[in-house]
Design a protein. Structure first.
Length: 234
């Protein structure tokens, strides 16, 4: 941006500070879709379509990562064998069940959203999910050594880029939920640490698939954290 150009692996890290901004744009699309559909359809139908939109807008990339990650960490094998299993393009039982439960959880969270928290939650959930990816790249060991986009991003996930992404997230949170914004970010960081730490007990390190899994989990969690930050469900 703003003009077409050829990108190389050496330049991928420049994108990291903009991950939350991309999430914010996706959130804005969700808000627009919600406002347009709620005048025409029943609330449950709208929420189901919003869950589907979250999958479609990301090309199911992160959801696929969740499936592969759960298939790997739930099998009885060595860490290296689990890592190799993540290359299997087929979805197995654990990954399929995890994906279904996650989508159901997002639908339930949307159904439970208080009116005042609905638009902020839709706006912020994709942002926090993509901020989580930056944190995971920066903070935790990578599990593969084969060249690729994910390894390049890991090597270029510097502290200044993390701070820039965090600043963007804090500004958006501050505008949407006020002084509770840092608490939402801290709770998100704790969830990232717990998820990444668990993965590291099962795999040699994080991978592109596990970044996607963490993003999906954080996106679902954000739909709960934002209403709590705005006063709860009462």
């Amino acid at each position: 941006m703003p003009r077409p150009h050829a990108a190389s692996a050496d330049h991928l890290g420049v994108a990291l500070p903009y991950f939350p901004v991309v999430g914010l744009l996706l959130g804005a699309l969700l808000v627009a879709l919600d406002l347009a559909l709620r005048a025409l359809l029943a609330p449950a139908v709208v929420d189901a379509l919003l869950v589907g939109a979250l999958v479609v807008l990301s090309g199911a990339l992160h959801l696929d990562g969740l499936v592969d990650t759960c298939d790997a960490v739930c099998t009885s094998a060595t860490p290296e064998a689990r890592l190799a299993l993540m290359h299997d393009s087929r979805a197995h039982d654990a990954g399929t069940v995890a994906a279904c439960l996650l989508l159901l959880g997002k639908f339930a969270a949307l159904q439970a959203l208080p009116g005042a928290a609905r638009l902020p939650a839709l706006l912020l959930a994709p942002l926090l999910a993509r901020w989580a990816i930056v944190v995971a790249y920066w903070g935790y060991p990578y599990g593969r050594r084969t060249p690729g986009a994910s390894l390049a991003l890991k090597r270029q996930a510097t502290t200044p880029r993390l701070l820039a992404a965090t600043a963007a997230a804090l500004v958006a949170l501050g505008l949407a939920v006020g002084v509770a914004g840092p608490l939402v970010l801290a709770a998100t960081a704790l969830a990232i640490h717990l998820a990444a730490s668990f993965v590291r007990t099962r795999l040699p390190g994080l991978t592109g698939d596990t970044y996607g899994a963490i993003a999906e989990l954080v996106e679902a969690l954000a739909l709960i954290l934002v209403p709590l930050a705005l006063g709860g469900y009462a």
